[in-house]
Design a protein around this ligand. Structure first.
Ligand SMILES: Cc1ncc(COP(=O)(O)O)c(C=O)c1O
Length: 453
């Protein structure tokens, strides 16, 4: 419990995201006082293994002294300049990102994954106008963005328009025109042929109206959907064939989460635009980037009067403190071999989680690196999603045992049935054991009457 005064101020003044405030007094938001390594500590000294790394972002773990120091030093040296000027950490981080991607590219900074995707959509539209010479203002030319059902790209109106998630969209519609949807592969539920479906969508819409296709490498918040290995390479080919830019959203999967620095590197594809946020600074500072291939970047060449430059700005994008922290975060990841560690420890955690198949309500256990989803079902034959109260009971059971996990949003009504795990990269076998044991016990508890029936 926070002290009474803080609890009162919270109740009177804060509007929490994704939170129903009516009746909140019965279970107020967990009040966290500090974080260290893989653990969060509440005001009563209870500790919780943070098995989702905040919102899948605190990849190097909480409370890193070296990141705090870099931030303080940068703040004292240079606290702010606009992105139209240059500064050392911004330049060095951009060069580092390009090195990690392994191909010539340009880094455009912003502050959040949503903003990174907004920038990507605007880049794609302007690129196509300048490549084809056809203005899109009257609804001609290449302005459409194809996105995927169950994909999540952010909460701002453009990013939400590319989001195939009922829970996040409803009540905010109509959204931005020009966004069209196709399927994302879901091997567990037999949603397949998705590259072909993308091609069909491009043809149905008319290739000459399509600017870009946006895809997460792995659907994260919409269900932890891992594509078959031939999906992204086929998507790359189709986009190239029809002159459609391929935007890959690595906001969750970037910076080692899946056991490679970027998840698209598992499949050897080169995106035209890639968006990144979260793990870029391990959540210590807000930072995001939209990285365009040199070919896309060059389409913006022209005289100042031609207005072909990217006419987009945000006050805090590429902030000196954020980029300094991002740079040090990447140095930590490299120094401590964390990407390799994720690949190894991911296999070990998967072996533990697969034992949960013994539960009648565990339909599917899937993962890559340290990114996992467990799909809960009413029964394994019908695969009917488990009811929301049971899923909530599993989360509560884990919290009671000192472990924080997440669950997906309802991409369709009633479909928020997938548990999320994205542990900090520095987790040990002892923490994996704690996580697996907590899940095992919480599943038994949450479904005890069902199992008996
Ligand atoms: C895949 C993906 N893209 C974009 C976003 C939006 O990022 P932000 O919340 O930083 O705006 C998220 C957030 O969870 C995400 O999961």
């Amino acid at each position: 419990m926070a002290d009474d005064n803080l609890s009162r101020l919270d109740a009177e003044s804060l509007w929490h995201p994704l939170t129903q405030h009516q009746g909140i007094e019965a279970s107020p938001p967990r009040f966290i006082e500090r974080g260290e390594g893989c653990y969060l500590y509440d005001a009563d000294g209870n500790r919780f293994y943070d098995a989702v790394s905040g919102l899948w972002c605190v990849n190097v773990g909480h409370g890193r002294e070296e990141l705090a120091q870099v931030a303080a030093e940068q703040m004292k040296k240079l606290s702010y300049v606009p992105g139209t000027m240059s500064h050392e950490p911004g330049v060095r981080l951009a060069a580092k990102l390009v090195e990690l991607l392994g191909y010539p590219a340009r880094v455009y900074y912003s502050n959040s994954g949503s903003e990174a995707n907004e920038a990507a959509f605007k880049m794609a539209r302007q690129y196509q106008v300048q490549r084809t010479g056809i203005e899109t203002s009257g609804g001609q030319g290449r302005y459409k963005i194809i996105a995927r059902h169950r994909g999540y790209h952010g909460c701002t109106l453009g990013a939400l328009s590319a989001t195939g998630n009922w829970e996040r969209r409803h009540g905010y519609e109509p959204l931005v025109p020009g966004f069209v949807f196709t399927d994302a592969p879901d091997p567990y539920r037999g949603v397949d042929r998705c590259a072909e479906k993308l091609e069909e969508t491009i043809l149905r819409e008319g290739a000459n109206s399509v600017a870009a296709f946006i895809t997460e490498t792995i659907v994260a918040g919409g269900g932890l959907l891992f594509p078959p290995d031939d999906y992204l390479p086929a998507v790359r080919e189709i986009c190239t064939k029809y002159g459609v830019l391929l935007i890959i959203d690595e906001v969750v999967t970037g910076f080692g989460r899946t056991g490679k620095m970027f998840a698209h590197q598992h499949w050897g594809v080169k995106p035209d635009i890639i968006t990144m946020a979260k793990g870029i600074a391990s959540g210590y500072m807000p930072l995001a980037a939209t990285v365009a291939s040199e070919e896309v970047f060059r389409a913006f060449d022209g005289t100042p009067a031609s207005h072909r430059h990217f006419r987009h700005v945000n006050t805090f994008g590429g902030h000196p403190v954020s980029t300094a922290v991002g740079l040090e975060n990447l140095a930590i990841i490299e120094r401590e071999g964390l990407v390799e560690r994720v690949a190894d420890s991911g296999r070990s955690l998967m072996a533990r989680l697969e034992k949960l198949y013994s539960h009648p309500n565990v339909g599917d256990v899937r993962g890559k690196g340290l990114l996992f989803g467990i799909e809960l079902v009413a029964d394994k034959v019908s695969k009917q999603p488990a009811p929301a109260d049971r899923v909530a009971a599993v989360l509560a059971g884990c919290a009671k045992r000192g472990v924080i996990i997440g669950r997906t949003a309802e991409t369709s009504p009633g479909q928020g049935n997938i548990l999320i795990m994205a542990p900090p990269f520095v987790s040990t076998e002892a923490e994996f054991e704690l996580l697996a044991a907590s899940l095992d016990e919480s599943l038994s508890e949450a479904f005890s009457d069902v199992a008996a029936a």
